[in-house]
Design a protein around this ligand. Structure first.
Ligand SMILES: Nc1ncnc2c1ncn2[C@@H]1O[C@H](COP(=O)(O)OP(=O)(O)OP(=O)(O)O)[C@@H](O)[C@H]1O
Length: 241
């Protein structure tokens, strides 16, 4: 077992009224805002074996990113348990662990340090990270001045240099160009051979079909199914009709 998710629930409190100004917030004292409880995840249960490649699919807002964030320890579940065995590297939202005013090179150093990689190793790997991201010309450019695709390329190539046992990936393919997508596929293939466990959120059904052994389908926070990828994709496509 590499990742186990048991009876996972996540709720968010959604205010009925948007209050932004000081005056509106002071109004809270006399007229409290009402909140609605929104169920983003409802009793999710699944277990991933070592070295499995797992797809996570579902419509917009179905809870895919929320679930990866809980597994990555970025947000806490309302109820339930998550257990991860081994070293986990999350590659989730753009910007987690990255600073817009630092250069591409400086960001790699800071990220590597946060992830516990030694200075010596960072020094040895930094050129590979920059090369993988295709940012040789832009390594001394501030992150905020890179295009959004370049930023994702940098974040992904930094994440994969951490030698994870479990990699969490949220939609890396959506923003990269064809050449970068091919590089990601090469990394996925290498990870499959090396027995790295990957949880892969994607709207790209071809990539899910190509790489994922099993797939989890979510709909409005509910677990519709967790099974062989072919069967789950068929269920998903049939539900759209
Ligand atoms: N911090 C938050 N506060 C309130 N609601 C939230 C919060 N984070 C997520 N949600 C809500 O939870 C639901 C699930 O969001 P999530 O981002 O997990 O969906 P998703 O399946 O990843 O969607 P997409 O395919 O669009 O990326 C959405 O309705 C979203 O608005």
């Amino acid at each position: 077992m590499s990742v186990r998710v048991e009876h996972l629930w996540k709720t968010f409190r959604i205010p009925h009224e948007k209050r932004t100004t000081i005056f509106e917030n002071l109004a809270e004292l006399v007229r409290p805002n009402r909140y609605e409880t929104f169920f983003a995840l409802k009793d999710i249960n699944f277990e991933v074996n070592d070295g499995e490649f797992i797809g996570i699919i579902g419509d917009n807002g179905s809870g895919k990113s929320t679930m990866l964030k809980i597994i990555a320890n970025i947000i806490r579940p309302t109820k339930g348990r998550v257990k991860v065995d081994g070293k986990m590297t999350p590659f989730l939202e753009l910007g987690v662990g990255f600073h817009p005013d630092l250069t591409a090179r400086e960001n790699i150093i800071v990220y590597g340090t946060i992830m516990g990689i030694s200075r010596k190793e960072i020094r040895e790997r930094i050129d590979d990270v920059i090369e993988f991201a295709g940012l040789e010309k832009f390594q001394d450019t501030k992150l905020k001045n890179l295009s959004s695709g370049m930023q994702v390329r940098l974040a992904f190539s930094t994440a994969i240099q951490t030698d994870p046992d479990v990699l969490l990936v949220d939609e890396v393919l959506a923003v990269g160009d064809m050449e970068f997508q091919q590089k990601c596929f090469d990394v996925f293939k290498r990870y499959r051979n090396e027995g790295v466990t990957v949880l892969f959120v994607s709207h790209g059904m071809d990539a899910v079909r190509r790489f994922c052994d099993r797939t989890l389908l979510l709909s409005r926070g509910e677990q519709v199914g967790f099974d062989d990828t072919g069967a789950i994709l068929e269920t998903y496509i049939n539900r759209q009709c």
